[in-house]
Design a protein around this ligand. Structure first.
Ligand SMILES: Nc1ncnc2c1ncn2[C@@H]1O[C@H](COP(=O)(O)OP(=O)(O)OP(=O)(O)O)[C@@H](O)[C@H]1O
Ligand SMILES: [Mg+2]
Length: 177
């Protein structure tokens, strides 16, 4: 039984590694290949049940962004969209990519039910104390991913007033991988 579980864990870890490696390779590919903007467009195209607008400003310049930062951003956008699909009951969500003051600036905003942020502050601010919780890992994971590449993560929400995920990541951070 234990052996079986360990094997499953090893398999899951290997699959996650292969997936991350392949994504990194794609994001590294640069001009003419599938970059973050295109992969975000694919994510957006797969969202069902809510209308999604992807807005890529002319300032967007993902080739100036380290591959690891792009990977973290892609995961953050995916989790933000997953949360909208699962929790928001929104009519509309927008994903905005731009560069401002030397930072990649990403906003995912929905017009859904919103939520009371204070209910999730412990998990968000100090996930270490909740290591056994299998639930509500998304917010802290988004924050951790932004911080891992020198960025900041902010979420704004209140009941009945939608949710905004806002991320800033410096463009000129040296390539970490
Ligand atoms: N866009 C949103 N609209 C409404 N509620 C949200 C939204 N995003 C998050 N929430 C609320 O915040 C909670 C915590 O989100 P989080 O992503 O951390 O966990 P989760 O989605 O419940 O589980 P998982 O660990 O699978 O991500 C959600 O359960 C939900 O109540
Ligand atoms: Mg989630």
């Amino acid at each position: 039984m234990v052996k079986h579980n360990v094997q499953e864990l090893i398999f899951a870890a290997r699959s996650a590694y292969v997936e991350a490696r392949d994504t990194m390779a794609e994001l590294r590919a640069g001009k003419g290949e599938r970059g973050l903007a295109e992969m975000t467009a694919e994510c957006v195209a797969h969202v069902r049940g809510v209308s999604v607008a992807l807005m890529i400003e002319s300032t967007w310049d993902e080739e100036a962004l380290p591959a690891l930062s792009r990977l973290q951003l892609l995961h953050i956008i995916q989790e933000a969209l997953t949360n909208v699909r699962r929790h928001a009951a929104a009519n509309h969500v927008s994903v905005h990519l731009m560069v401002e003051t030397g930072h990649a600036h990403i906003r995912v905003e929905d017009d859904g039910c919103g939520f009371c942020l204070s209910r999730f502050l412990p998990e968000l601010l100090d996930p270490v104390y909740y290591p056994r919780s299998e639930f509500h890992r998304g917010l802290s994971a988004m924050r951790r991913r932004a911080r891992a590449v020198g960025g900041t993560f902010r979420i704004e929400s209140s009941p009945g007033r939608g949710t905004r995920v806002i991320v800033w990541i410096p463009m000129n951070q040296s390539e970490a991988v």
